[in-house]
Design a protein around this ligand. Structure first.
Ligand code: NDP
Length: 610
């Protein structure tokens, strides 16, 4: 069954110009009371001071092993979906020795670390889970629980024989190009120093948890952890619930983003009392999770999953589509996400476009605020849960359990917007305004340093030709790459992630297209006995392509409530960061380039000396 796609919700009752002016004033005032002078510097890393970050609660005892000194064809840094997909696509190209190095005790990446109660993916499973056509797996639910997704990662890794050479509980500490062997030396924190002809990096965008730099945070004497390191030894239970360890306990939860809204209803089922410390309310739309029979999604037909995710990508990228196969609130509201997307489709009459856009946005946000009123019985709590900003200022969230949780007698919403978040943490609990909240347990659902990969943060040093560090080679002008994957001076290094390419809310799809590309580069270099390295000229050309029609994000994000989308309220620079024509066009461009121009990136190897 399919639903025709309409790009933006049709206004039910169009707001008047006075309504819109009042909304603009309200949004501005709400933004102003949230912007902090310290911006992104308000956060701190979850370092060893907090103990729980260093430990891997799922790995058990790390078995001793001898450090490796051997040589593989490809080293893949990171065993999340990016690394697994790279491995799978390399196998399809016939590459034999692929070694994935992963910090966690198994494959899965973000789905390995995040196992908090209530964890689900809010992107439809039939488009989110990669390689469904290849594995024959059909998810049972429209939105899969986290464990099903983690197990799918394991399924793919098994099917493509990625366990044989993998290293778990191991972090890569450096990558250095050795001219004499024309290979990379890969060192790890387990003493390995092995060689790889190629390196593919996929170190994740949600891999570095962050904590708020609340004064006194380290003094809390109760139990505390970050949602990405859920402590079931303390809470009892499983991601499905049954958190018997929280019975009778006073539990504080900081953060009401996509994670917080999944966790809070589950914790509320078992805790003595839950205090939800909210700074900015999320937009929480209908999720309507349900079981799906294979026939509902067309499973069984050749390429059904590929077609479905292509259709989804078109819609969430603002491309025309004849039908909407997924038909959920992401696709229904996709027209309103256009502000996060490039401006390539913006019509010539920009004023009329912006006006229509503002009306559609106001209607949607009104619908979401009305949803709060209808779901939450206490009017004061409902008022505080209403989001006052334009759709897409924050990552949209979806839940049917979140608002009803506030009707329970054991759940209290504490609004911290006026004090820029929690003011102080003490030995006994949390202080907001004049009120102290004594707590037994304080849980941080405060997210991640989004987009900060090991390479971009410098945590993973990379040295290319002549020992030049990658970040130094990029210098003040910032990264220079071809298509975001490869950089001059760093032969046979292929970077996956969100650098200078095109992205989408369905990030596993993006990663799969990147994996196909990475594997094709390796296969072509192997076939020709060549090295993968772009010229400076091709990098300059790519930068020019990215600048041509680059999105005008600045004004939109400058008016948005603070968050990681807009550098905590500072706005987003208009510097070219991504391919301006969106993910659908980017994938087509890559496919064309592979068919017609791939040879330009292949350089001759040095003559072997004997
Ligand atoms: P977010 O960064 O989205 O949310 C962090 C939360 O912590 C915000 O509510 C933030 O408030 C709050 N916070 C931070 N500092 C303070 C403070 N000092 N006092 C009070 N509150 C504070 O993290 P999430 O883990 O929720 O989500 C991160 C990303 O992970 C998502 O954007 C999404 O991409 C992904 N995700 C995807 C899911 C899926 O189903 N596909 C599920 C879960 C996560 P404020 O908004 O005011 O800054």
């Amino acid at each position: 069954m399919t639903t025709p796609h309409t790009p933006a919700p049709a206004p039910a009752a169009a707001p008047t110009s006075d309504d819109l002016a009042a909304l603009r004033r309200r949004y501005h005032a709400e933004r102003e009371r949230r912007v902090r002078p310290d911006g992104a510097a308000q956060y701190r890393a979850t370092d060893a001071e907090f103990g729980y970050y260093a430990a891997d609660p799922y790995a058990g005892e790390t078995a001793e092993r001898e450090p490796l000194r051997d040589t593989v064809d490809v080293a893949v840094v990171g065993g999340g979906f990016g690394g697994i997909l790279a491995g799978a696509r390399l196998r399809q190209q016939g590459v034999r020795r692929v070694r994935i190095v992963e910090q966690g005790g198994d494959f899965g990446g973000t789905w390995y670390w995040n196992r908090y109660p209530g964890i689900h993916c809010d992107i439809e499973s039939h488009v989110y889970l990669p390689l469904l056509d290849e594995t024959g797996y059909v998810p049972e639910w429209k939105y899969s629980p986290g464990e099903e997704i983690r197990q799918h990662a394991v399924r793919v890794a098994r099917q493509f024989d990625l366990y044989a050479d993998a290293l778990f509980s191991t972090s890569v500490t450096s990558l250095s190009w050795a001219e004499e062997t024309e290979s990379w030396l890969v060192t790890t924190d387990r003493g390995d120093a092995f060689r790889a002809t190629y390196v593919v990096t996929s170190t994740g965008t949600l891999s570095q948890p962050k904590l708020p730099g609340i004064p006194g945070i380290e003094t809390f004497r109760g139990h505390t952890f970050h949602t990405s390191r859920w402590d079931y030894a303390y809470t009892g239970g499983t991601p499905e619930g049954g958190l018997t360890g929280l019975e009778g306990k006073r539990v504080g939860i900081v953060g009401t983003g996509a994670t917080g809204i999944q966790v809070i209803p589950k914790v509320a089922e078992d805790a003595g009392h839950v205090y939800v410390f909210q700074r900015t309310p999320s937009t929480v739309d209908v999720r309507a999770n349900r079981r799906t029979a294979p026939d509902d999604v067309g499973a069984g037909r050749d390429g059904w999953a590929r077609d479905r995710r292509e259709n989804y990508l078109r819609i969430v990228s603002g491309e025309p589509a004849e039908e909407d196969l997924v038909a959920d609130r992401w696709t229904e509201s996709a027209g309103l996400l256009e502000k996060l997307l490039p401006s390539f489709r913006r019509p010539a009459d920009r004023v009329a476009f912006e006006a229509a856009y503002e009306v559609a946005d106001a209607v949607k946000m009104d619908e979401l605020r009305t949803r709060v009123e209808r779901s939450v019985t206490d009017p004061e709590t409902a008022e505080r849960l209403k989001p006052w900003y334009r759709y897409g200022c924050k990552r949209p969230a979806f839940s049917d359990a979140y608002y009803p949780a506030f009707n329970r007698p054991n759940v209290t919403l504490v609004d911290t917007a006026d004090t820029h978040g929690i003011e102080r943490v003490t030995e006994d609990g949390v202080v907001v305004g004049d009120t102290a909240y004594p707590l037994d347990c304080l849980i941080f659902a405060t997210g991640f340093s989004v987009g900060t990969s090991g390479i971009l943060s410098g945590k993973l040093p990379v040295h290319g030709r002549d020992g030049t560090p990658l970040l130094a080679s990029w210098g003040r002008q910032g990264p220079h790459t071809l298509h975001g994957f490869t950089s001059n001076g760093f032969p046979n290094l292929i970077m996956m992630g969100s650098l200078q390419n095109a992205s989408s809310v369905n990030f596993t799809h993006i990663l799969d297209e990147q994996a196909v590309h990475a594997a094709a580069l390796v296969a072509a270099a192997e076939a020709k006995g060549a090295i993968v390295e772009p010229s400076r000229e091709s990098e300059r050309e790519w930068l020019a392509v990215m600048s041509d029609g680059a999105p005008d994000h600045e004004w939109f994000h400058a008016e948005c409530t603070p968050g990681y989308y807009n550098a905590e309220g500072r706005g987003r620079p208009n510097a070219p960061r991504a391919f301006p024509h969106g993910a659908v066009a980017f994938h087509a461009l890559l496919e064309r380039w592979r068919a017609e121009s791939l040879d330009v990136i292949l350089q001759a190897r040095s003559e072997p000396t004997d």
